[in-house]
Design a protein around this ligand. Sequence first.
Ligand code: DAU
Length: 358
Amino acid sequence: MRPGLKGLVLSGGKGTRLRPITHTAAKQLIPVANKPILFFVLENIAAAGIEEVGIVIAPETGHAIQAAIGDGSLFGLRVTWIPQAYPGGLAHCVKIARPFLGDSPFVMYLGDNLIGTPITQFADEFRAGGADATILLKAVDNPSAFGVATVDDAGRVLKLVEKPKDPASNLALVGVYFFSPAIHGAIDQIVPSARGELEITDAIQQLLNDHARVKSHIIAEWWLDTGKKDDLLAANTTVLDSWCRTDVRGSVDAKSSVQGRVQIGRDTVVANCRIRGPVMIGERCNLRNSFVGPFTSVGNDTEIADSIIQHAVLLEGCRLQGINRLEDSLLGRNVTMSSRGSQGLYRMSLGDDSDVEV
Ligand code: DAU
């Protein structure tokens, strides 16, 4: 019998493109719609009937990821931690995960990727199908930022190139890959790319060169790589739009108005505010005399007074006083922003514990 499908989640790397927020936090733990991206990943894996997951972690942020995930039982998963000493590339992750993977087929899932579809159908097909690799593709406007595939009319993959300057198609490689153990032999044959990494894209190209069976699916649903601030805000917008449901647990006074789909967490107090969804507000927050506009996520224990915000992600413990107005912004944990009465539109990307007066 073919051994069961395992999961390999990549949560290492440097996260340089999300600085300053990733100076202090792992990018995979940054919340979208108030839930860490990595939680969406693990839930999707567990829903596909996978029970054993290896999680690759970096020395800088691994402890925070371990603290958030624990033993995985929250997700119905058994977790094996795989420390990666340096970010040697996606295929390097597979290499160091070999003792965990053994000869099992597995799904490799990038811990910063959010997709709007369950992976169950692809997992079931891969379990049944006998392919050596199945990749997911999505048509994008900026293929040069990704691995790019050329496929024929029957969906057979012909060629893969990592971040090409002149992309041959607009089909980007989504960060979810299914592999048979044949991938290990392919990885043994590749060398580091120009950016000094062992690329999984090159390893899959090696499978193609060796006439292995590589299948592809073009996904119709949304897919978001949360590598940069704007991607993260786009992810927040899409997830709120798709999944935010009205659920008010805190208290909202009579002078406030709440329109559209809005979630307000336990022990949050809203006084004299206008909130227009989709919006998610965490627990134990205090909002007064403010407007919170569409596509905003506010983390737990945050205080917003006399301010106007929309299209923003605020992590836990932020304090906003007199900010008129904040848009398209990502604020780390415990950020304080206050104003001495100056008015203006602020677009911010602030790391944890920043203190800004405008
Ligand atoms: O998001 C999809 C893209 O992901 C694909 O289209 C590309 O073909 C693929 O190479 C990858 O590109 P990125 O350059 O965006 O990958 P990034 O360096 O952001 O790493 C993706 C995840 O893997 C992230 O959660 C960090 C983790 N990682 C990365 C490296 C390089 C590790 O755990 N270890 C590593 O050594």
